[in-house]
Design a protein around this ligand. Structure first.
Ligand code: ADP
Length: 402
């Protein structure tokens, strides 16, 4: 069964075509600058060169058509015709409280995703455009949606409610939702496999550390807490996002810097985080090299980041009554051995220990803890596309007996 996995951002489309009989990625691609000048499609058939197609892509419908054309192109395509696509799996950012699992797209589901757009105004509308474009192009192909928030719907009330008047939750759904759920779920499952069991057997802390970062407490297979909140601004200090701050800073900024709500939003989402602290970059590679040259603010940005992750590991160990494994994933978690070392330094009292040699790993599943450590530490590259494709296959087999 071949599954087309689609991830529509506000101005981008990422896609993969996966043969689920072998889990082989047949081709992947990225369209950027949709609706702007200079849009481009980068299409990579497995094992071959990347083809750059420079063409104006005015909207997501056009982009989806372009991606399917690339997949079926006689020179660099990987299938003969669109009919070889058996199902489409879409990433959708916000499923609110309505969606606690992946679902087959129906008119009701489309309405549900549109209703959740209030919670994710930048993300859900383009996600919806991508679904509609695929439905128009492939009307007889089943479409499945996989939500970033769904995995965290198992959180108990004490973890997801804020210390705000309860009416706010009832009226507007103001609560912690959490994000990166597909990634947390995948790496927790991989870690459990590497320990010889299933997620129901372990208490796992998953650290998704990239441009956007979050930590999750996965207790016996269920997410019981996570650091992102009502929006992806909460929790850890990130590339350009502040993470948790004292909320009283907001009215203070409004008064002192004369900012309105939109300016505050921009300040906290795009000008804060390690970029704001260092004044240099949101990319940890730049910060690591600047710190090595003696740049103090870059060093303090790295230190703050690592300290916050460490605090969450401590908090989630307490929340789960212990921890069996800690997992690092995403750009920074997978690639930066020095960050992993810094985060884990001082956590030995939990029963952890990093093996310096094993910790040199990049980009593959690897246990990096010492042989005697009671708590295992893993590096596991995330693979959200594969989870989306799996959910798509399972739902298609179960519901429409595909
Ligand atoms: P996104 O959240 O956009 O999906 P990624 O998971 O791709 O982001 O992570 C991107 C970030 O990972 C970069 O901004 C950079 O900070 C970090 N990163 C990637 N490679 C390295 C590396 N070799 N060393 C340190 N940091 C890295």
């Amino acid at each position: 069964m071949k599954v087309f996995v689609v991830n529509c951002g506000s101005s981008s489309i990422k896609y993969q075509l996966i043969n689920m009989d072998t889990e082989a990625v047949l081709a992947k691609g990225l369209i950027e600058r949709i609706g702007m000048e200079g849009s481009v499609l980068k299409h990579t058939p497995e094992g071959k060169y990347t083809v750059d197609i420079n063409i104006d892509v005015p909207n997501h419908s056009f982009g989806i058509k372009l991606a399917v054309d690339a997949l079926t192109n006689p020179d660099y395509g990987v299938i003969k015709s669109m009919n070889e696509i058996d199902a489409v799996g879409h990433r959708v950012v916000h499923g609110g409280e309505r969606f606690a699992d992946s679902v087959l797209v129906t008119p009701d589901v489309l309405k549900g995703i549109a209703a959740c757009a209030e919670l994710a105004p930048l993300h859900n509308p383009p996600n919806l455009n991508g679904i509609k474009a695929c439905m128009a192009l492939m009307p007889n192909v089943p479409q499945v949606v996989v939500f970033d928030t769904a995995f965290h719907q198992t959180m108990p009330k004490e973890a997801y409610l804020y210390g705000l008047p309860y009416e706010l939750y009832v009226k507007y759904g103001v609560r912690r939702y959490g994000f990166h759920g597909t990634s947390h779920k995948y790496v927790a499952q991989e870690a459990a496999k590497m320990m010889g069991g299933e997620t129901k057997d372990y208490r796992i802390i998953t650290c998704h550390l990239g441009n956007g970062s979050s930590v999750a407490a996965v207790k016996y297979g269920r997410s019981i807490d996570t650091s992102m909140g009502y929006t992806p601004l909460d929790g850890l200090v990130m590339g350009t996002r502040s993470g948790e701050i004292d909320p009283a800073i907001i009215p203070f900024l409004m008064e002192k810097e004369n900012m309105n709500a939109e300016q505050i939003d921009d300040y906290l989402n795009r000008r804060s985080g390690v970029l704001g602290i260092s004044g240099l970059s949101s990319d940890f590679r730049d910060l690591e090299s600047a710190a090595a040259r003696g740049d103090e603010r870059s060093q303090v940005a790295i230190d703050i980041f690592a300290y916050r992750v460490k605090k969450y590991i401590g908090a989630y160990t307490a929340a789960m009554g212990g921890v069996d494994a800690i997992v690092f994933t995403a750009g920074l978690g997978e690639n930066s051995s020095s960050m992993r070392e810094k985060i884990c330094a001082g956590l030995e009292y939990l029963g952890t220990g990093i093996d310096g040699q094993k910790n040199k790993v990049r980009g593959k599943n690897q246990e990096i803890s010492t042989d005697e450590a009671k708590v295992k530490i893993f590096v596991i590259p995330t693979n959200e596309e594969l989870v989306i494709a799996h959910d798509t296959v399972n739902i298609c087999r179960r519901i429409i007996k595909l």
